[in-house]
Ligand binder design. Sequence first.
Ligand code: G3P
Ligand code: CA
Length: 322
Amino acid sequence: MRSSLIGSLLLGLAAAAAAAPDFDLQGHRGTRGNAPENTIAAFEKALAIGVSTLEMDAAITADGVVVVSHDPALTPAITRDASGQWLKGRGPLIRSLTLAQLQAYDVGRIDPASDYARQFPTQQAKDGERLPTLASVFARVKALGAEHVRFDIETKITPTAPEETLAPEPFVRALLAVIREAGMTKRVMIQSFDFRTLKLVQQLEPGMDTVYLTVRTRTADNLADPAWTAGLMLRDFPSPGHLVKAAGGTVWAPNQGSLTREDLKAAQQLGLKVIPWTVNDLAVADRFIEWGVDGIISDYPERIRPLMEKRGLALPPSIGPR
Ligand code: G3P
Ligand code: CA
């Protein structure tokens, strides 16, 4: 009697687990709310919290090394030079520095006098952190045994400032070379607001997920600017999902304020996954999970986990010391 009761309970649990959709919890810039963005410290912290994907941004140095950085130039709010001084303004372009030169800069703390510091008051500094190479991030994840973790890597290329980075093709080739060398092809998705790079990924590494980032606010709209979308315009499609599908994408990642339930459902009906960014507000995240988004990109993945648990979504394991 007792064993048949346990048996049916287990069957019920298995059915519930099978029925739960896969949900991709992505730590934004590692976990910017908790640790210095896009550093090894942030990626370790995100793994300790428990995420399924590490979100990060890519740049390429003068000597062709792929590093992780949100901006194509060194950012004053997070960067100190070799003498410990905060940069006074926008720093040198990463493409103008060799990796050795770049390693002189410390990015382990937000300048407390900056507005940026007020945005992330709970971030724990780790002095001495450098902009990591992408290869070193892969190596650290391997060393920690985080086999489940995927990587959502953004090509930080701005079509309106082509002089600041490599052109799309050499950029994508350099990025793919590092991914292949690390044996991570199956665990990486490439994301971009610049759809030219995603088209190149589809040609050079068919089968790799391409994530179409969109931003639609009062002041910015990449879907209305063909320079960003490799010529596509939202006005020619019934919904953003239709545009992403036509472009060959597998994931649509809209800014959180622009996502509607109708657009979400339309995209999912086309077979796309929908993963909004950057969701830090509990009420917004809860609403999106209730709508059935396929994942969430957050600076605070620890805030999202209880919401996932409440709705029976599988939680990614926590890896390493918390
Ligand atoms: O993954 C999407 C998100 O990272 C885009 O915004 O500016 O933080 O790179 P940003
Ligand atoms: Ca990003």
